[in-house]
Design a protein around this ligand. Structure first.
Ligand SMILES: [Zn+2]
Length: 295
């Protein structure tokens, strides 16, 4: 499973990652509403409001997502910031494989995930394996001495209640990220969308290799096909330049928004402008023309 890290280190004090969208979060997409509803079901009382204040004030100064493991630093009432960890329960490897195979077998489902949509069927797939997609208020396993919850939460603050207001602030920021990029939900449960794409490619190759190839009956036909391929290749090269200009920021768009980006201008827009200026120079260079990099 690939892992992603989003280190976000900022100056100490209330200058961390400010929540931007909490008022509308619960009214946007269904998975954002479910995330907020999951938090509300935990009966947090005043801790919910305090956690929201922390999130809005930018008191979460570091947030690192590494698959199902989340680390955060939150500035609280004491001089030293609090250290937090959240560990989301994931399906075991066999169950993960079954979920991944089910998603990969449905190209439309994977396509929707890749366009930042979350089909409701995904939640059913996890539920079938006994793992909730959204955090649960009730324990997975109840015991009078040690119940097991689907998210193990830890904060170094003295508050005994879990989740404390610091953990709530982090959960709210995660909710903002999940609202924009629902594949983060899958990542928190141990399934990376990139692995799903590789799986579907494997599936495609297996089908292709199991399909018998038609034998070459006539060598002249083969030569004709080769000539045709060369012609098509030349045509493709001549179209390359217009293709570059049409898709100069497609890779940026495919990468999507940067997690927890808080700049006033979208980072992808700034980079797209720079790419736009570089594109004609790159096209000249690829065509063998001399280029002038001054200015
Ligand atoms: Zn705390």
């Amino acid at each position: 499973m690939s892992k992603k890290r989003y280190p976000l280190r900022v100056a100490r004090g209330a200058h961390g990652i400010r929540a931007q969208d909490l008022r509308t979060l619960a009214r946007t997409v269904w998975w954002a509403r479910r995330w907020i509803a999951s938090l509300e079901a935990m009966r947090l009382g005043p801790r919910f409001g305090r956690g929201r204040q922390y999130a809005v004030a930018g008191q979460v100064t570091e947030l690192v997502l590494e698959g199902p493991h989340v680390e955060a630093t939150v500035v609280g009432s004491r001089e030293a910031p609090y250290r937090l960890t959240l560990d989301f329960t994931t399906p075991d490897s066999a169950a993960r494989e079954r979920i991944a195979a089910a998603i990969a077998a449905e190209p439309m489902m994977l396509g929707r995930l890749l366009t930042d949509d979350l089909p409701t069927e995904i939640e059913s797939l996890f539920r079938t394996e006994g793992i909730p997609l959204f955090p649960q208020a009730e324990p997975l396993v109840w015991s009078p001495t040690k119940s097991v919850y689907d998210v193990k939460m830890h904060c170094s603050c003295p508050d005994w209640a879990r989740p404390c207001k610091h953990l709530v602030a982090v959960m709210l920021l995660l909710g903002e990220e999940i609202a924009q990029r629902p594949t983060t939900l899958l990542s928190l449960r141990g399934i990376e969308v990139e692995d799903l794409v590789l799986k579907i490619e494997d599936l495609r190759l297996k089908i292709k290799s199991s399909t018998p190839q038609s034998p070459i009956l006539n060598p002249q036909s083969s030569i004709f096909n080769l000539q045709s391929s060369i012609f098509n290749l030349q045509s493709s090269i001549s179209n390359l330049q217009s293709s570059i200009s049409n898709h100069q920021s497609s890779i940026l768009k495919r990468l999507g928004p940067i997690p927890f980006w808080r700049g006033t201008v979208r980072c992808v827009d700034s980079l797209a402008r720079i790419y736009g200026r570089c594109q004609p120079v790159a096209a000249d260079a690829s065509a063998g023309k001399s280029i002038d990099l001054r200015g």
